[in-house]
Design a protein around this ligand. Structure first.
Ligand code: CO
Length: 443
Protein backbone atom coordinates (compact mmCIF):
# COMPACT_ATOMS: atom_id res chain seq x y z
CA UNK A 1 0.00 0.00 0.00
CA UNK A 2 2.77 2.43 0.97
CA UNK A 3 4.44 1.90 -2.44
CA UNK A 4 1.18 2.55 -4.26
CA UNK A 5 0.75 5.75 -2.25
CA UNK A 6 4.14 7.05 -3.38
CA UNK A 7 3.40 6.13 -6.99
CA UNK A 8 0.07 7.93 -6.78
CA UNK A 9 1.87 10.99 -5.37
CA UNK A 10 4.34 10.93 -8.28
CA UNK A 11 1.45 10.68 -10.75
CA UNK A 12 -0.24 13.65 -9.07
CA UNK A 13 2.96 15.74 -9.19
CA UNK A 14 3.45 14.93 -12.87
CA UNK A 15 -0.13 15.95 -13.65
CA UNK A 16 0.22 19.15 -11.59
CA UNK A 17 2.86 21.43 -13.15
CA UNK A 18 0.98 24.53 -11.87
CA UNK A 19 -1.52 25.40 -9.13
CA UNK A 20 -4.30 25.37 -11.78
CA UNK A 21 -3.47 21.79 -12.71
CA UNK A 22 -3.19 20.74 -9.05
CA UNK A 23 -6.72 22.02 -8.40
CA UNK A 24 -8.00 20.34 -11.56
CA UNK A 25 -6.46 17.02 -10.43
CA UNK A 26 -7.79 17.38 -6.89
CA UNK A 27 -11.29 18.03 -8.27
CA UNK A 28 -11.01 14.93 -10.43
CA UNK A 29 -10.09 12.76 -7.42
CA UNK A 30 -12.91 14.26 -5.39
CA UNK A 31 -15.48 13.90 -8.20
CA UNK A 32 -14.60 10.20 -8.42
CA UNK A 33 -15.31 9.98 -4.68
CA UNK A 34 -18.77 11.49 -5.12
CA UNK A 35 -18.03 15.17 -4.42
CA UNK A 36 -20.36 17.59 -6.16
CA UNK A 37 -18.83 20.67 -7.79
CA UNK A 38 -20.26 24.01 -6.59
CA UNK A 39 -19.56 27.45 -7.99
CA UNK A 40 -19.27 30.62 -5.93
CA UNK A 41 -21.54 32.46 -8.37
CA UNK A 42 -24.63 30.38 -7.57
CA UNK A 43 -26.79 29.55 -4.55
CA UNK A 44 -25.94 26.30 -2.80
CA UNK A 45 -28.41 23.69 -1.56
CA UNK A 46 -26.31 21.68 0.88
CA UNK A 47 -27.65 18.36 2.19
CA UNK A 48 -26.75 16.54 5.43
CA UNK A 49 -24.02 13.99 4.62
CA UNK A 50 -23.32 15.71 1.27
CA UNK A 51 -19.84 16.01 -0.28
CA UNK A 52 -18.94 19.24 -2.06
CA UNK A 53 -16.06 21.23 -3.51
CA UNK A 54 -15.72 24.78 -4.77
CA UNK A 55 -12.75 26.44 -6.46
CA UNK A 56 -11.68 30.06 -6.70
CA UNK A 57 -9.60 31.37 -9.59
CA UNK A 58 -9.07 27.72 -10.59
CA UNK A 59 -6.02 27.69 -8.31
CA UNK A 60 -7.56 27.31 -4.84
CA UNK A 61 -10.12 24.75 -3.70
CA UNK A 62 -12.26 24.09 -0.64
CA UNK A 63 -13.74 20.59 -0.35
CA UNK A 64 -16.01 19.55 2.50
CA UNK A 65 -18.19 16.79 3.86
CA UNK A 66 -21.37 17.73 5.75
CA UNK A 67 -22.21 15.67 8.82
CA UNK A 68 -25.42 13.62 8.83
CA UNK A 69 -26.48 15.30 12.08
CA UNK A 70 -26.28 18.75 13.68
CA UNK A 71 -22.98 20.63 13.21
CA UNK A 72 -20.91 20.83 16.39
CA UNK A 73 -17.70 22.14 14.78
CA UNK A 74 -15.26 22.07 11.86
CA UNK A 75 -12.18 19.91 11.34
CA UNK A 76 -10.01 21.46 8.66
CA UNK A 77 -6.75 20.76 6.87
CA UNK A 78 -5.10 23.60 4.92
CA UNK A 79 -2.22 23.32 2.46
CA UNK A 80 -1.01 25.29 -0.58
CA UNK A 81 -1.05 24.59 -4.30
CA UNK A 82 1.74 26.94 -5.43
CA UNK A 83 5.52 26.41 -5.52
CA UNK A 84 8.43 28.70 -6.42
CA UNK A 85 8.79 29.02 -10.19
CA UNK A 86 9.09 31.58 -12.98
CA UNK A 87 6.17 33.35 -14.60
CA UNK A 88 6.49 33.96 -18.33
CA UNK A 89 5.82 37.57 -19.21
CA UNK A 90 2.99 38.54 -21.55
CA UNK A 91 5.39 39.38 -24.41
CA UNK A 92 7.44 36.25 -23.98
CA UNK A 93 10.13 36.22 -26.64
CA UNK A 94 13.45 38.04 -26.44
CA UNK A 95 15.89 37.85 -29.35
CA UNK A 96 19.63 37.46 -28.66
CA UNK A 97 21.40 39.11 -31.60
CA UNK A 98 18.86 37.49 -33.94
CA UNK A 99 20.34 34.02 -33.37
CA UNK A 100 18.57 32.84 -30.24
CA UNK A 101 15.09 33.26 -28.80
CA UNK A 102 14.85 33.23 -25.03
CA UNK A 103 11.81 33.58 -22.77
CA UNK A 104 11.33 36.68 -20.64
CA UNK A 105 10.49 35.53 -17.10
CA UNK A 106 9.98 36.88 -13.61
CA UNK A 107 10.65 34.85 -10.46
CA UNK A 108 7.64 33.64 -8.45
CA UNK A 109 8.38 32.98 -4.76
CA UNK A 110 11.75 32.28 -3.20
CA UNK A 111 13.24 29.53 -5.34
CA UNK A 112 16.78 28.13 -5.17
CA UNK A 113 17.84 29.44 -8.56
CA UNK A 114 20.90 27.21 -9.08
CA UNK A 115 18.63 24.15 -9.08
CA UNK A 116 16.82 25.42 -12.19
CA UNK A 117 19.94 25.47 -14.38
CA UNK A 118 20.94 22.87 -16.97
CA UNK A 119 17.79 20.78 -16.75
CA UNK A 120 14.95 20.33 -19.21
CA UNK A 121 12.10 22.72 -18.43
CA UNK A 122 8.66 23.10 -19.90
CA UNK A 123 5.76 25.55 -19.86
CA UNK A 124 2.26 25.15 -18.39
CA UNK A 125 -0.59 27.34 -17.18
CA UNK A 126 -3.85 28.71 -18.49
CA UNK A 127 -5.08 30.96 -21.26
CA UNK A 128 -8.31 32.89 -21.62
CA UNK A 129 -9.49 32.25 -25.16
CA UNK A 130 -12.37 33.64 -27.22
CA UNK A 131 -14.92 30.98 -28.12
CA UNK A 132 -18.48 31.00 -29.43
CA UNK A 133 -19.70 31.04 -25.79
CA UNK A 134 -17.44 33.92 -24.78
CA UNK A 135 -14.00 33.91 -23.17
CA UNK A 136 -13.11 30.54 -21.66
CA UNK A 137 -10.27 29.28 -19.50
CA UNK A 138 -8.16 26.53 -21.05
CA UNK A 139 -5.46 24.74 -19.07
CA UNK A 140 -2.43 23.76 -21.05
CA UNK A 141 0.86 22.02 -20.68
CA UNK A 142 3.45 21.85 -23.46
CA UNK A 143 4.51 18.48 -21.97
CA UNK A 144 7.80 18.28 -23.80
CA UNK A 145 11.32 19.42 -22.96
CA UNK A 146 11.29 22.87 -24.47
CA UNK A 147 13.73 25.15 -22.70
CA UNK A 148 16.89 25.20 -20.58
CA UNK A 149 18.57 27.87 -18.43
CA UNK A 150 22.21 27.22 -19.36
CA UNK A 151 25.05 27.80 -16.91
CA UNK A 152 27.99 29.95 -17.94
CA UNK A 153 31.02 27.69 -18.55
CA UNK A 154 33.45 27.60 -15.65
CA UNK A 155 36.10 29.00 -18.01
CA UNK A 156 34.16 32.25 -18.12
CA UNK A 157 33.49 32.36 -14.40
CA UNK A 158 36.22 30.57 -12.44
CA UNK A 159 34.69 31.76 -9.17
CA UNK A 160 31.32 30.07 -9.73
CA UNK A 161 31.87 27.40 -7.05
CA UNK A 162 32.43 30.11 -4.46
CA UNK A 163 28.84 31.29 -4.86
CA UNK A 164 27.18 33.54 -7.39
CA UNK A 165 24.74 36.42 -7.07
CA UNK A 166 22.14 35.91 -9.81
CA UNK A 167 20.75 38.91 -11.63
CA UNK A 168 17.26 37.76 -12.53
CA UNK A 169 16.86 39.66 -15.81
CA UNK A 170 20.29 38.63 -17.10
CA UNK A 171 21.02 35.16 -15.70
CA UNK A 172 17.64 33.45 -15.51
CA UNK A 173 15.83 33.64 -18.91
CA UNK A 174 15.68 30.16 -20.46
CA UNK A 175 16.82 29.45 -24.01
CA UNK A 176 13.78 28.61 -26.17
CA UNK A 177 15.13 28.24 -29.71
CA UNK A 178 17.37 29.48 -32.46
CA UNK A 179 16.66 32.63 -34.43
CA UNK A 180 14.16 30.66 -36.52
CA UNK A 181 12.00 30.18 -33.41
CA UNK A 182 10.83 33.81 -33.51
CA UNK A 183 7.03 33.94 -33.17
CA UNK A 184 6.74 30.27 -32.18
CA UNK A 185 5.93 30.70 -28.48
CA UNK A 186 2.36 31.94 -28.82
CA UNK A 187 1.77 29.51 -31.67
CA UNK A 188 2.79 26.55 -29.50
CA UNK A 189 0.76 27.81 -26.55
CA UNK A 190 -2.33 28.19 -28.76
CA UNK A 191 -1.83 24.72 -30.19
CA UNK A 192 -1.45 23.14 -26.73
CA UNK A 193 -4.60 24.95 -25.54
CA UNK A 194 -6.52 23.87 -28.64
CA UNK A 195 -7.34 27.42 -29.71
CA UNK A 196 -6.38 29.85 -32.46
CA UNK A 197 -3.45 32.12 -31.68
CA UNK A 198 -5.52 35.20 -32.48
CA UNK A 199 -8.17 34.13 -29.93
CA UNK A 200 -5.87 34.18 -26.89
CA UNK A 201 -6.94 37.15 -24.79
CA UNK A 202 -4.58 36.66 -21.82
CA UNK A 203 -2.46 34.02 -20.10
CA UNK A 204 -0.88 32.87 -16.84
CA UNK A 205 2.07 30.73 -17.91
CA UNK A 206 4.90 29.29 -15.81
CA UNK A 207 8.07 27.29 -16.20
CA UNK A 208 8.15 23.89 -14.55
CA UNK A 209 10.72 21.19 -14.03
CA UNK A 210 9.58 18.41 -16.30
CA UNK A 211 11.85 15.66 -14.94
CA UNK A 212 9.46 13.05 -13.49
CA UNK A 213 9.83 12.31 -9.78
CA UNK A 214 11.62 9.18 -8.62
CA UNK A 215 11.87 6.83 -5.63
CA UNK A 216 15.46 6.06 -4.73
CA UNK A 217 17.95 4.95 -2.08
CA UNK A 218 18.44 1.72 -0.14
CA UNK A 219 15.02 0.13 0.44
CA UNK A 220 13.46 2.93 -1.63
CA UNK A 221 13.71 5.26 1.34
CA UNK A 222 13.39 8.57 -0.51
CA UNK A 223 11.16 10.28 -3.03
CA UNK A 224 12.45 13.23 -5.07
CA UNK A 225 10.53 15.53 -7.40
CA UNK A 226 9.70 19.15 -8.01
CA UNK A 227 6.90 20.84 -6.00
CA UNK A 228 6.84 18.45 -2.99
CA UNK A 229 6.39 21.69 -0.99
CA UNK A 230 3.48 21.77 -0.74
CA UNK A 231 1.82 19.40 -3.21
CA UNK A 232 2.70 16.50 -0.93
CA UNK A 233 0.29 17.93 1.67
CA UNK A 234 -2.26 18.78 -1.04
CA UNK A 235 -2.16 15.21 -2.31
CA UNK A 236 -2.32 13.57 1.13
CA UNK A 237 -5.16 15.79 2.42
CA UNK A 238 -7.29 15.28 -0.70
CA UNK A 239 -6.73 11.51 -0.57
CA UNK A 240 -7.59 11.50 3.14
CA UNK A 241 -10.83 13.46 2.67
CA UNK A 242 -11.95 11.24 -0.21
CA UNK A 243 -11.23 8.09 1.79
CA UNK A 244 -12.70 9.34 5.08
CA UNK A 245 -15.82 10.95 3.59
CA UNK A 246 -18.17 8.17 4.64
CA UNK A 247 -16.80 8.00 8.20
CA UNK A 248 -16.82 11.79 8.45
CA UNK A 249 -20.53 11.98 7.58
CA UNK A 250 -21.25 9.91 10.73
CA UNK A 251 -19.57 12.51 12.97
CA UNK A 252 -20.80 15.84 14.29
CA UNK A 253 -18.31 18.03 12.40
CA UNK A 254 -17.84 19.34 8.89
CA UNK A 255 -14.58 17.95 7.44
CA UNK A 256 -12.86 20.57 5.30
CA UNK A 257 -9.88 20.32 2.95
CA UNK A 258 -8.61 23.80 1.95
CA UNK A 259 -6.05 24.21 -0.82
CA UNK A 260 -4.84 27.82 -0.96
CA UNK A 261 -2.83 29.49 -3.70
CA UNK A 262 -0.09 32.13 -3.40
CA UNK A 263 1.45 30.97 -0.11
CA UNK A 264 4.92 31.45 -1.59
CA UNK A 265 4.25 35.13 -2.20
CA UNK A 266 2.53 36.10 1.06
CA UNK A 267 -1.00 34.65 0.71
CA UNK A 268 -2.60 38.07 0.18
CA UNK A 269 -4.41 37.32 -3.08
CA UNK A 270 -8.13 36.61 -3.39
CA UNK A 271 -7.35 32.88 -3.37
CA UNK A 272 -4.67 32.96 -0.65
CA UNK A 273 -4.87 31.96 3.01
CA UNK A 274 -5.22 35.59 4.10
CA UNK A 275 -8.31 36.05 1.91
CA UNK A 276 -11.90 35.48 3.01
CA UNK A 277 -12.17 32.33 0.86
CA UNK A 278 -12.41 29.82 3.71
CA UNK A 279 -14.60 32.10 5.80
CA UNK A 280 -16.91 32.70 2.83
CA UNK A 281 -17.41 28.97 2.34
CA UNK A 282 -17.93 28.25 6.05
CA UNK A 283 -20.52 31.06 6.27
CA UNK A 284 -22.54 29.42 3.51
CA UNK A 285 -22.34 26.12 5.39
CA UNK A 286 -23.48 27.96 8.50
CA UNK A 287 -26.51 29.31 6.70
CA UNK A 288 -27.41 25.95 5.18
CA UNK A 289 -27.18 24.32 8.61
CA UNK A 290 -29.25 27.06 10.24
CA UNK A 291 -26.63 27.98 12.86
CA UNK A 292 -27.28 31.29 14.60
CA UNK A 293 -24.48 33.62 15.72
CA UNK A 294 -24.07 31.81 19.06
CA UNK A 295 -24.01 28.35 17.46
CA UNK A 296 -21.48 29.63 14.92
CA UNK A 297 -19.09 31.06 17.49
CA UNK A 298 -19.41 27.97 19.66
CA UNK A 299 -18.70 25.77 16.63
CA UNK A 300 -15.56 27.72 15.67
CA UNK A 301 -14.21 27.70 19.22
CA UNK A 302 -14.32 23.92 19.47
CA UNK A 303 -12.97 23.30 15.94
CA UNK A 304 -9.43 22.35 14.92
CA UNK A 305 -7.36 23.21 11.86
CA UNK A 306 -4.25 21.38 10.69
CA UNK A 307 -2.04 23.77 8.75
CA UNK A 308 -0.13 21.28 6.60
CA UNK A 309 3.10 22.46 4.97
CA UNK A 310 6.36 20.60 4.69
CA UNK A 311 9.13 20.93 7.27
CA UNK A 312 12.93 20.96 7.16
CA UNK A 313 14.53 17.55 7.78
CA UNK A 314 18.03 17.57 9.30
CA UNK A 315 20.45 18.11 6.40
CA UNK A 316 23.04 15.32 6.20
CA UNK A 317 25.91 17.74 5.47
CA UNK A 318 24.68 20.45 7.80
CA UNK A 319 23.13 18.91 10.91
CA UNK A 320 24.24 22.06 12.77
CA UNK A 321 21.41 24.04 11.10
CA UNK A 322 18.88 22.05 13.13
CA UNK A 323 17.90 22.35 16.78
CA UNK A 324 19.86 19.77 18.83
CA UNK A 325 16.80 17.82 19.96
CA UNK A 326 13.71 19.38 18.33
CA UNK A 327 14.77 18.29 14.87
CA UNK A 328 13.02 16.01 12.39
CA UNK A 329 14.03 13.17 10.08
CA UNK A 330 12.59 11.72 6.90
CA UNK A 331 10.55 8.52 7.40
CA UNK A 332 10.22 9.13 11.14
CA UNK A 333 6.66 10.36 11.13
CA UNK A 334 4.45 13.41 10.79
CA UNK A 335 6.06 16.65 11.99
CA UNK A 336 4.43 18.96 14.54
CA UNK A 337 5.93 22.47 14.21
CA UNK A 338 6.33 24.82 17.15
CA UNK A 339 7.40 28.46 17.42
CA UNK A 340 7.45 30.64 20.53
CA UNK A 341 6.59 33.73 18.48
CA UNK A 342 3.53 32.10 16.86
CA UNK A 343 4.81 31.84 13.31
CA UNK A 344 3.31 28.41 13.81
CA UNK A 345 -0.08 28.18 15.46
CA UNK A 346 0.70 25.10 17.55
CA UNK A 347 0.06 25.26 21.28
CA UNK A 348 -0.20 22.54 23.91
CA UNK A 349 -3.93 22.01 23.31
CA UNK A 350 -3.76 21.78 19.55
CA UNK A 351 -0.56 19.68 19.64
CA UNK A 352 -2.14 17.31 22.15
CA UNK A 353 -5.25 16.97 19.96
CA UNK A 354 -3.28 16.09 16.85
CA UNK A 355 -0.85 13.83 18.71
CA UNK A 356 -3.81 11.96 20.20
CA UNK A 357 -5.33 11.47 16.73
CA UNK A 358 -1.99 10.07 15.52
CA UNK A 359 -1.56 7.85 18.57
CA UNK A 360 -5.00 6.33 18.03
CA UNK A 361 -4.20 5.79 14.33
CA UNK A 362 -0.79 4.24 15.10
CA UNK A 363 1.11 7.06 13.32
CA UNK A 364 4.45 8.30 14.68
CA UNK A 365 4.94 12.06 15.25
CA UNK A 366 8.07 14.17 15.78
CA UNK A 367 8.57 17.77 16.90
CA UNK A 368 10.25 20.66 15.11
CA UNK A 369 11.53 23.96 16.43
CA UNK A 370 13.84 26.25 14.45
CA UNK A 371 17.31 26.81 15.86
CA UNK A 372 16.81 29.70 18.28
CA UNK A 373 19.04 31.96 16.17
CA UNK A 374 17.26 31.19 12.88
CA UNK A 375 13.95 32.87 12.02
CA UNK A 376 12.62 30.06 9.77
CA UNK A 377 9.63 30.62 7.48
CA UNK A 378 5.99 31.18 8.22
CA UNK A 379 3.11 29.28 6.70
CA UNK A 380 -0.68 29.13 6.41
CA UNK A 381 -2.04 28.60 9.90
CA UNK A 382 -1.30 31.95 11.49
CA UNK A 383 -2.51 33.75 8.35
CA UNK A 384 -5.91 32.11 8.10
CA UNK A 385 -6.33 32.61 11.88
CA UNK A 386 -6.72 36.31 11.09
CA UNK A 387 -9.91 35.53 9.12
CA UNK A 388 -11.22 32.68 11.25
CA UNK A 389 -10.54 32.16 14.96
CA UNK A 390 -10.10 28.40 15.03
CA UNK A 391 -7.60 26.49 17.22
CA UNK A 392 -4.82 25.25 14.93
CA UNK A 393 -1.68 23.14 14.80
CA UNK A 394 1.09 23.38 12.20
CA UNK A 395 2.15 20.04 10.77
CA UNK A 396 4.02 18.74 7.71
CA UNK A 397 6.42 16.12 6.41
CA UNK A 398 10.18 16.29 6.78
CA UNK A 399 11.98 17.14 3.54
CA UNK A 400 15.33 18.37 2.20
CA UNK A 401 16.14 21.17 -0.24
CA UNK A 402 12.90 23.10 0.25
CA UNK A 403 12.27 25.44 -2.75
CA UNK A 404 14.75 23.62 -4.97
CA UNK A 405 13.42 22.54 -8.37
CA UNK A 406 14.17 19.01 -7.09
CA UNK A 407 13.15 18.35 -3.49
CA UNK A 408 13.57 15.18 -1.43
CA UNK A 409 11.29 13.62 1.19
CA UNK A 410 10.78 10.28 2.95
CA UNK A 411 8.90 7.73 0.84
CA UNK A 412 7.29 6.04 3.86
CA UNK A 413 5.94 9.32 5.23
CA UNK A 414 3.34 9.65 2.46
CA UNK A 415 1.30 6.75 3.81
CA UNK A 416 1.79 7.93 7.43
CA UNK A 417 0.39 11.36 6.57
CA UNK A 418 -2.66 9.97 4.78
CA UNK A 419 -3.44 7.67 7.72
CA UNK A 420 -3.06 10.55 10.19
CA UNK A 421 -5.27 12.90 8.13
CA UNK A 422 -7.88 10.21 7.53
CA UNK A 423 -8.06 9.54 11.26
CA UNK A 424 -8.34 13.29 11.86
CA UNK A 425 -11.39 13.59 9.60
CA UNK A 426 -13.01 10.48 11.07
CA UNK A 427 -12.45 11.43 14.74
CA UNK A 428 -14.66 13.80 16.70
CA UNK A 429 -12.35 16.33 18.35
CA UNK A 430 -13.74 18.63 20.99
CA UNK A 431 -11.55 21.48 22.22
CA UNK A 432 -12.84 23.43 25.22
CA UNK A 433 -11.22 25.68 27.81
CA UNK A 434 -8.14 23.62 28.60
CA UNK A 435 -10.14 20.50 27.86
CA UNK A 436 -9.84 18.11 25.01
CA UNK A 437 -11.52 14.92 23.87
CA UNK A 438 -10.75 12.85 20.81
CA UNK A 439 -13.13 10.03 19.94
CA UNK A 440 -13.49 7.71 16.98
CA UNK A 441 -10.81 8.08 14.34
CA UNK A 442 -11.34 4.87 12.38
CA UNK A 443 -11.79 5.58 8.68
CO1 CO B 1 5.23 25.41 1.71
Amino acid sequence: MADQRVQALLDFLKASPTAFHAVFEAERTLAAAGFEHLTEGERWALQPGGRYCVSRNGSALIAFVMPGKAIRGFQLIASHTDSPTFKIKENAEVSVRGHYVQLDTEGYGGGIYASWFDRPLSVAGRVLARTAEGLRTRLLCLDRDCCVIPNVAIHMNREVNKGYAYQAQIDLPPLWGTGEAAGSFRRMIAEAAGVEEKDIAASDLYLYNRTPGTVWGVEDAFVSAGRLDDLECVFTSVAALAEAAEASAQTGHVSVCALFDNEEVGSTSRQGARSTLLRDVLLRIREAAGLDEQDWQAALSTSLMLSADNAHAVHPNHPEYADPVNCVWMNEGVVIKHNANQKYTTDALSAAAFREVCRQAGVQTQDFFNRSDMPGGSTLGNLSSAQLSVPAVDIGLAQLAMHSAWETAGARDVDSMIRAMRAFYAADIHIGDGLLTVTGGQA
